[in-house]
Ligand binder design. Sequence first.
Ligand code: ARG
Length: 459
Amino acid sequence: MKKLWGGRFTLSAEEWVDEFGASISFDKELVNEDIEGSMAHAAMLEQCGIIHSEEAGKIREGLGLLKEKAKNDELEFSAKYEDIHLNLERMLTELIGSAGGKLHTARSRNDQVATDMHLYLREQVKELILLIAEFQETVAGRASEHVETIMPGYTHLQRAQPISFAHHLLAYFWMLERDRQRFEEMLKRINKNPLGAGALAGTTFPIDRSCTAALLGFEGMYENSLDAVSDRDFILEFMSAASIMMMHLSRFAEEIILWSSQEFQFIELSDTFSTGSSIMPQKKNPDMAELIRGKTGRVYGNLVGLLTVLKGLPLAYNKDMQEDKEGMFDTVKTLKGSLRIFSGMVGTMTVKTSNMHSSVTKDFSNATELADYLAAKGVPFREAHEIVGKLVLTCIQRSCYLADLPLEAFQDAHPLFEHDIYEALDPNTAVERRNSVGGTGFIEVRAQLVKAEAILEEV
Ligand code: ARG
């Protein structure tokens, strides 16, 4: 079969070799972007007098038809034509004849594919920004129901200090907020026009790159043709931010898994987001959360994969770069799926507030309150820490908690202890009073919620 680039070849390629080199099985995802890019290119060629209006009209018509067919899933791609660009060009030529062959004037697949990828990622990132915001909204909504729900806060997965459950949820809100900002901020780098760079060196034709930039909605263009066709840092930036976001989701997923275990019993996931076991009838497994934690691995893998593909490449385009696509598509798909599932999972989970609360009455997470109590009365904090540590030890020896000790035991430890320590030891008081800025105190958590809601209104 004669190739579109077959002029200088004498032997025709073998099918299995073609198969190996082809990217159509995955880059067909770029069909709309490729048509859009071609439309803009043809319009520019016409405007600059490089092709006749009549030819441009035919190209426009043909591309319009292909667009329609793509919408109805009627295009039949073939590995014989290697990639989306050559498949579409062949179809166009079949439709409109030799005018189709003019479309590639002053263009190379190298600037064409870069353009497609920029257009694709720009749209996907915009969609992801909205999905992140939707998830943030769910998180903030659940938080607003639980400002006064007290739970143990942990460090080293050991009970540390009691906190508000809303505060814990809002920690994820702010992580997601930075994730969203990262996606917003990368848009200005994604939204640059590589078209017109040609294969690597620009072109002798009097093209107008700002015209295609405007038609494609790009703000500005790549200033260097070699850079335009050979870098994929815009994808790497996307994948880096995606990896960071998945790390956040994975940590949240891990907590969901822990909280829904028999050991914690802090939440129960809705049946919709859980699965059973084929052998153990009692099981209700947090599969979706586990899957999100697991899928984080492929998102990291896609990032490291592309970094590795690019690291040794001489300028400009190399076929290695065809390997940039599947990871990008996969990352987009994984992020969208994970965000949707997570939002549903958090939005529908049952919070077992009484279990959360009763666990903070049976631990030593109020020990800091006692140390603070003495420190507030002028005892150096280090000394107070030591005294309370001894009281905790006494409790452990007597198999009780701090609030179970009689006042005399406290006063033996330090004469400044008075009856109001029992009030200080109450986990509610402990949380309510922590109103330093960004703290877990109810007033501060409500202030956070106000800020969170204001942010979401802006999105
Ligand atoms: N399918 C190719 C890719 O995705 C398109 C660019 C091909 N350019 C070339 N000179 N072979 O990388």
